[in-house]
Design a protein around this ligand. Structure first.
Ligand SMILES: CC(C)(COP(=O)(O)OP(=O)(O)OC[C@H]1O[C@@H](n2cnc3c(N)ncnc32)[C@H](O)[C@@H]1OP(=O)(O)O)[C@@H](O)C(=O)NCCC(=O)NCCS
Length: 194
């Protein structure tokens, strides 16, 4: 909790809200500032508009400035992916990334989705948020659809991490996500063991 100008407590969830079209230039600025340093992929305005319903932003309650963003994309009945998680360089290390991932977790819970995944370089950060390292091949084929657009697809060094929400039941009556079939040729996976 932090205090507002009037001394009232503001809950962390209220600093996070669904993104609107007005946020898109700022979201792009934050993401692409990290992309320039090779930490994540560049996003075009077209990509951001298309995915905007998946996005939430962290808005500083004092300055009103958007300081971070995150998207939760549904992959399958029991799997969603944290994407485009980025915090303004000047605001890193203040708990904003954690709040954005917690928003993703609550969103997955609301949707009844049991597992959340991330493809990332930030192993320690995600471990602190109860994600565990998993083999890339354990994720479904659909996860790799974006890799064709990635310049690093032939030398991908991201790791896959998953958090299972044990309080969310396994969905009934819908197929759950299955691992990428063995033998499927996807550069990003390298050699998938039998
Ligand atoms: C990764 C990122 C989102 C973290 O956001 P943040 O606001 O700086 O992180 P937080 O302050 O919420 O950190 C939460 C915890 O993780 C730890 N942490 C954050 N980044 C870390 C790192 N790189 N290595 C180790 N620990 C880290 C913090 O120390 C904190 O630990 P604590 O709760 O014990 O104090 C942010 O650094 C960022 O935007 N990075 C560039 C883009 C990127 O890599 N995005 C991830 C793509 S999946």
């Amino acid at each position: 909790m932090i205090l507002s100008d009037w001394g009232r407590e503001i809950s962390s969830t209220k600093m996070i809200r669904p993104a609107t079209i007005h946020d898109v230039p700022r979201i792009q600025e934050i993401i692409n500032s990290h992309a320039e340093l090779g930490r994540m992929l560049f996003k075009s305005l077209a990509q951001l508009f298309e995915a905007l319903r998946d996005f939430a932003v962290y808005q500083d309650p004092h300055t009103g400035e958007v300081a971070g963003c995150c998207a939760l994309t549904i992959i399958w009945a029991d799997l969603a992916e944290v994407r485009s998680l980025a915090v303004d360089e000047a605001q890193r290390g203040r708990g904003i990334g954690r709040k954005l991932v917690e928003w993703s977790v609550e969103e997955a819970r609301r949707l009844g989705i049991r597992k959340i995944m991330s493809l990332t370089y930030e192993q320690r950060f995600f471990e602190k948020l109860s994600f565990e390292l998993v083999p890339k091949g354990s994720l479904p084929l659909k996860v790799w659809s974006d890799c064709v657009r990635c310049p690093k697809r032939d030398g991908c060094d991201e790791i896959a991490m998953v958090r299972t929400l044990l309080d969310v039941p396994v969905p009934e009556g819908v197929p759950v996500a299955t691992p990428t079939p063995k033998g499927v040729s996807i550069p990003v996976l390298g050699h998938v063991e039998d």
